[in-house]
Design a protein around this ligand. Structure first.
Ligand code: ADP
Ligand code: ADP
Length: 234
């Protein structure tokens, strides 16, 4: 699903260069659940942004779902991103003035425009059922708890049926109980077959992954080992 060879990223600022990533080699198979952890500033978010085609690498080669992405134009990268990638961030980025239903339906408008209204509605409801919020369809985000808002954001990420879900500190803004619930849901999605790559600094959540990858100063330590899956009780 994801294949990176020798990926590096250099940020040029006025006076100096930051080597955010060096010689990253990683492949993620369909159905895997990979966690990426490491200290603050080690390059986790940068790696996820490159995986998600939000920004290009400086060096190296990257294949997403079998397609080389190294020489894509901005628009081609966006199209491939829309086809394959679902993002979940620390901030929920919901539209406050829109209902839960409309928030989840939003990506379908521009990412999957050919769906009929009925198909769209079915997909949105299916995703809201998956995250346990089909009884909150007409609520506004402000009427929900933080944990519920993150679950709406997860439904919105799932509605385009992405090949891989990229998760960046999904529980960063949540209390531990809501964080556990969100992580329990992500674990369930993995068991249902979703491919997941997740950045976290919480070792308990990293333990839920089928493979743990550690970043340090922009470099991968080992290629990750296959750990027994830990369960987080919801
Ligand atoms: P992490 O997610 O592990 O905290 P990041 O990927 O955000 O780390 O950052 C890795 C390094 O790259 C840091 O030194 C950070 O300051 C630098 N960096 C990240 N984004 C930029 C940017 N847009 N411009 C300049 N430096 C950046
Ligand atoms: P969950 O565990 O599913 O995230 P909570 O137990 O936090 O949900 O919330 C229970 C109920 O309280 C929900 O129906 C939610 O709508 C309501 N609620 C929680 N937090 C807020 C809030 N900040 N503003 C409005 N309603 C809230």
């Amino acid at each position: 699903m994801i294949e990176m060879q020798g990926i590096g990223k250099v940020f040029e600022t006025q006076d100096f260069q930051t080597h955010a990533l060096r010689n990253i080699n990683i492949s993620i198979e369909q159905g895997e659940f990979v966690s990426i952890s490491g200290p603050s500033g080690c390059g986790k978010s940068t790696l996820l942004s490159i995986m998600g085609l939000l920004e290009p690498a400086s060096t190296g080669r990257y294949w997403l779902a079998g397609q080389s992405v190294d020489n894509l134009t901005f628009d081609q990268a966006a199209a491939l991103r829309n086809l394959h990638i679902g993002f979940i961030f620390q901030s929920f980025n919901l539209v406050d003035a829109m209902s839960v239903f409309d928030n989840v339906a939003l990506p379908l408008r521009y990412r999957v425009p050919k769906l009929s209204a009925q198909e769209s509605q079915q997909r949105v409801m299916l995703c809201l059922e998956k995250v346990g919020l089909s009884h909150r369809v007409q609520h506004l985000p402000g009427q929900l708890s933080g944990g519920q808002q993150q679950r709406v954001a997860i439904a919105r990420a799932l509605v385009t049926q992405p090949s891989i879900l990229l998760v960046d500190e999904a529980t960063g803004n949540l209390d531990s109980k809501s964080g556990d619930a969100v992580m329990g849901l992500i674990g369930e999605l993995h068991q249902q077959g979703t491919t997941i790559c997740m950045v976290t600094h919480d070792p308990r959540y990293a333990d839920m992954a089928s493979r743990q990858v550690k970043l340090f100063d922009g470099e991968l330590l080992g290629c990750g080992y296959t750990a027994p899956k830990a369960e987080i009780n919801m």
